[in-house]
Design a protein around this ligand. Structure first.
Ligand code: B16
Ligand code: MG
Length: 219
């Protein structure tokens, strides 16, 4: 059985369902720019940084803008997102997350965050979870966004644990790819994540031991 010394959680889509707020905010912005933006597009943007997400949408609309306008659009999207996420509280923590974190704490397994979001600390405070983390690496601390492994490698280094002993929880294709490239065992949370070493619709009712027992490294 894999010897897990630390776990790294993604934020949006694993700990809390703020992914729908990112979607709604990008959709509103794309509407304004008269660029079609679907749920399939959004799926591509999960785990992807703000700037890379905007570039994706502009490419889709064949729109070339100067950097000042791009900055304005990113600020606008973030303001929309913050408005939607405003009412987030501890009741929004996805089911299964707190019991798993309790189990990790009891087993002296460190807990890290590996998120592309620059709003991660603010959201973790709203969720009343921030005190549970041994390290937080987010969009403010990285230069390359997922699928680059930088965010997870930094979190593992901060906890002084090598990637193979660090279990990553991810809801996005880009995040699963990032974890695998970095040499981490990775658990997919949600559907269509078969490239992860194990995947579950939700973390609800799962134990860490149960999850570790399902890891399959044959692919
Ligand atoms: P922000 P994660 C990611 O967070 C989101 O999945 C992605 O949709 C978002 O564009 C990105 O953070 C940047 O977020 O605009 O708040 O800096 O899934 O890596 O926790
Ligand atoms: Mg995510």
């Amino acid at each position: 059985m894999l010897n897990v010394k630390a776990c790294i959680f993604d934020l949006d889509g694993v700990i809390v369902d703020t992914a729908r707020h990112h979607f709604a905010a990008w959709q509103a912005l794309a509407n304004e720019l008269v660029i079609p933006f679907t749920e399939e597009d959004n799926e591509q943007l999960k785990g992807v940084s703000r700037v890379d997400s905007l570039e994706y949408i502009l490419r889709k609309g064949n729109l070339i803008l100067d950097s000042a306008t791009k900055l304005q659009l990113m600020d606008k999207k973030n303001a929309l997102y913050l408005g939607l996420a405003e009412s987030t509280t501890s009741v929004d923590v996805l089911e299964g997350v707190v019991p798993l974190m309790d189990e990790m704490a009891d087993s002296k397994i460190q807990i890290g965050l590996g998120s592309s979001s620059k709003n991660a600390r603010m959201i973790l405070k709203k969720l009343d979870l921030i005190h549970r983390f041994d390290t937080i690496v987010d969009g403010n601390n990285i230069t390359l966004s997922k699928p680059d492994p930088e965010v997870f490698l930094k979190a593992a280094k901060a906890m002084d644990v090598s990637p193979e002993h660090c279990l990553v929880f991810e809801d996005a294709q880009s995040g699963i790819e990032a974890a695998k490239t970095g040499g981490f065992p990775v658990v997919g949370v949600g559907s269509g994540l078969e490239t992860a070493h194990a995947s579950f619709e939700s973390l609800n009712g799962l134990s860490l031991e149960g999850i570790i027992g399902k890891l399959d490294f044959s692919q």
